[in-house]
Design a protein around this ligand. Structure first.
Ligand code: ZN
Ligand code: ZN
Length: 244
């Protein structure tokens, strides 16, 4: 399984970068987890849009979905000029289906997903759990045919279901929106310490902190998470690659 961080910022992208987007090549499929602001442009450094098989949307906040509609237009144009023959499969929380604004069903096929259920994309298996967030949001677990596992948290506050989903995951990409000193300021997001606790309780093989804040000394997030989690831990960055 090859994982590429396309964007790692919470809320809005830093200059020339992107908010949430993670390209996973697994089981013969190229799967994009979230498609936030800036992702569509940066994605093309790593994956031709003709080759993208599927997008999984954790929830409908703009920093996770803003570029999905531009991606639909890209698919439309590529199909019109014959550069792409198959539509893009978009997997979205059943609770969000009515909120989505895709306009071309011949270009984008939307598939509802639910917490506690599994689906397959190519030979990759996907499972989902319900997060704690202002709006419905799913965490995603991908399992390769070789049995390697990635869990991506999406946006969440402290959440037992995420710990369960992340049990023994080879890689946990977990949001870390706040510093520990900000604990309790905003529900629906994790402090670095909480992210570290979740990684520790899940027994994750390695942990990547993401959905990063635009202020402060971000290495402090690693320090705070490492008080709880003793495995390898790093900050996500644009174009980061992880192979498992
Ligand atoms: Zn977000
Ligand atoms: Zn959100």
């Amino acid at each position: 399984m090859d994982i590429t961080v396309i964007g790692c910022w919470g809320a809005y992208p830093e200059k020339n970068e992107a908010t949430s987007g993670y390209l996973v090549e697994c089981g013969g499929a190229k799967i994009l987890l979230d498609c936030g602001s800036g992702v569509l442009s940066r994605l093309q450094n790593h994956c031709a849009l003709e080759e993208l098989d599927a997008v999984v949307l954790t929830h409908t906040h703009a920093d996770h979905i803003a570029d999905a509609y531009s991606l639909e237009f890209a698919i439309l144009v590529l199909m019109q000029i014959g550069e792409r023959t198959k539509p893009l499969d978009v997997y979205a929380n059943e609770a969000d289906i009515g909120k989505l604004a895709f306009e071309y069903p011949n270009c984008v096929r939307v598939h509802p997903i639910r917490a506690g259920e599994a689906t397959t994309i190519g030979d990759a298996r996907l499972e989902f759990s319900e997060n704690v967030h202002e709006i419905p949001c799913l965490a995603v677990k991908l399992t390769s045919p070789e049995g390697k596992t990635l869990v991506y948290s999406g946006d969440t506050g402290y959440c037992e279901a995420l710990i369960e989903l992340s049990r023994s995951a080879d890689v946990l990409i977990v949001e870390s929106s706040f510093y520990d000193i900000q604990a309790g300021r905003m529900k629906g997001h994790l402090t670095a310490g909480e992210a570290g606790k979740i990684a520790a309780l899940a027994g994750a093989g390695q942990t990547i902190l993401t959905h990063l804040p635009h202020y402060g000394e971000r290495n402090q997030l690693v320090t705070e998470a490492s008080r709880h989690y003793k495995g390898p831990i790093r900050l996500a960055y644009c174009d980061m690659k992880i192979n498992i």
